[in-house]
Design a protein around this ligand. Sequence first.
Ligand code: PLP
Length: 406
Amino acid sequence: MTMTYDAFKAQGLSIDMTRGKPAAEQLDLSQALIDDVGRAGFLSRDGIDCRNYGHVLGLPEARELGAQLLGLPATQVVAAGNSSLELMHDALAFAMLHGTVQSGPWGRAGEVAFLCPVPGYDRHFAICEALGIRMIAVPMNDDGPDMERVESLVAADPAIKGIWCTPLYSNPTGAIYSRETVRRLAGMPAAAPDFRLLWDDAYRFHHLTDERYTTPDIVAACAEAGHHDRALVFASTSKVTFGSAGLALFASSPRNVDWWQRCVSVRTIGPDKLNQLRHVHYLRDRAGLERLMDRHRAILQPKFEVLDASLHALLGDVSDVSWTKPKGGYFVSLFTPDGMAKRTVELAAQAGVVLTPAGAAFPYRVDPRDRHLRIAPSCPNTVQIEQAAMAIALSLRRALDEGARQ
Ligand code: PLP
């Protein structure tokens, strides 16, 4: 490599690669949501005045749009506020405080544990930590969690009440759950009768290649296996329209939707139906959303390509270093030799490139092998991505040199 770590640092750059946020250019794609506020008005198709209280499960046409997007009946889809993470938090908080359709409050029944495929999404783990749910890490493979491990743990321990799943283009490895993985998750015997799949379909529409990958309908798969209430599905348009003013969706069995209604009615008199109405006007249907996602892809794909090419050029010759080339989603996982991730992140920060803290993708923020880095290339431009890749490569090489000298 021509550049040295010290020369890189001397440039005094400041690049933030910490979170997978849409770039401003992507947010601009949905500017019509703001510009057309007046045109969308406040009356729904059925004459509901969206300015007023009510419709705790969402505006009927927003639920219908959600149903098209998720491939489920509208009666099983709830249209909510702007954040699916908030709904995941609520689902677990409701289960802890009020119980589920099969059980009393989890929080009063002794220890509650959740399986966490790793590397995984740090905010899933933060919810567990905040609610006092013990996290058990299980390895994540390219086709989903290590099912042998999952099945044996879930069958044996009634304290294990669920597992976090990001079935498509998983955060942060880009894993795509196979049909077989989905079938096994739906059908596996669980010691806890109220075992739940927290099915976070955050990247359902976020393709980076010509192929629009899909995963099987988990609600149907669970019903077929006789576990009607096992899957709680979440999605949102946070990375379709606006990260802080999108439309979040919850979907599940009819009984779980009733349960949701009972619990959520205590918390709110109704969601922001004006935003739901605007989304229905703007996106219209699944085809409308897919057209918009093609435009996102046109912005994102070159960034992922630049990152991959830069890593190849800069780290291709370093043994025990690998990274993912995701077919969708927002992240690349880079694996360093054992014991090098923390130091690499530290050195990169000193050189002006802030990465997600090493360990963030693991329960309690501990990567037992200290080798995983999550790289989020969506927000920076391609020049910054090249610079960030350079910082990562130089920092990792320096960390390896330091290790060799010790
Ligand atoms: N789930 C996953 C896997 C994510 O990566 C993210 C954001 O990065 C979210 C959920 C957040 O979703 P929302 O904006 O709908 O709360």
